[in-house]
Design a protein around this ligand. Sequence first.
Ligand SMILES: Cc1cc2nc3c(=O)[nH]c(=O)nc-3n(C[C@H](O)[C@H](O)[C@H](O)COP(=O)(O)OP(=O)(O)OC[C@H]3O[C@@H](n4cnc5c(N)ncnc54)[C@H](O)[C@@H]3O)c2cc1C
Length: 264
Amino acid sequence: MIVNLLNNNHSYSIQKIKKINEWVPGKLFSITITKDKNFFFKAGQFTRIGVGINNDTNNIIWRAYSMVNSPNEDYLEFYYVIVPNGKFSRILSKLKFDQTLFVRRQSFGFLTIDQFQKNTDNLWLMATGTGISSYISILKDKKTWDRFKKIILVHSVREIKELTYQEIINKIKIEQSTIGNILTYVPITTKENTECVLHERLPIIIENKRLEEMAKETLDCRCSSVMLCGNPEMLLDVRKILIEKGFTTKNSDNSKNLVMENYW
Ligand SMILES: Cc1cc2nc3c(=O)[nH]c(=O)nc-3n(C[C@H](O)[C@H](O)[C@H](O)COP(=O)(O)OP(=O)(O)OC[C@H]3O[C@@H](n4cnc5c(N)ncnc54)[C@H](O)[C@@H]3O)c2cc1C
């Protein structure tokens, strides 16, 4: 009863942790929590989640996290990194099954396919690290595939073990191929050398065209839409190169074909 009253009166709802997945011990986790029935979002958006410092609900700290699940699933999933000495993620790492998380009732952000007014041949989703969160949501959403028949998912991480969500990516790839859609997955590991995986930073492999070779797709402002998500330094460098190649973040003549989301 008290929880229900609190749930109805605040700008946030109170949710319970139902599953915690440790992808890379001590570093990369995902968390599945209950979802308020009135919480809506578009694939690619984020919300703010809150934790009470020392379990004190008068002292909640908030951080932005992208939803990993698709909008029509009846739970919320977040994928996160534990930042060394990070105020919020350190508390998050200690939470256990059935404990409480606060979730803002609003969703935010423009890393969504409706930002692109024009239809293009392909959609490039480029992420560093946890930036892949929003793209899993986008790839799970049927609306994405109604608009784009060819999608290239580029995930740049430091080490191979950080190439997470591969099972889901593979499942989507197989499902979509049965209806003629193509999902191409291009992993990049910048600190570990392995065969068949690219190792250089994204700006370099875009400029020297290795990324297009690997994906067997064209990255061209006349036929591609691009999303960038994650490390702000990477976003800045890639943005510069793409703008030089004719991409635009502006929507004059409905021509926007580049959208991005900085994680810090
Ligand atoms: C729109 C948006 C969406 C976000 N979505 C996610 C998400 O889905 N998953 C997620 O883990 N984080 C996400 N973040 C970052 C998140 O909000 C927090 O900043 C992060 O969890 C660290 O909080 P903290 O208090 O532990 O660290 P802080 O004390 O706030 O330390 C911040 C420092 O940690 C580093 N950092 C922050 N976030 C990351 C990250 N994701 N990967 C690597 N280094 C990082 C940066 O160097 C930054 O300066 C998002 C941020 C924004 C703005």
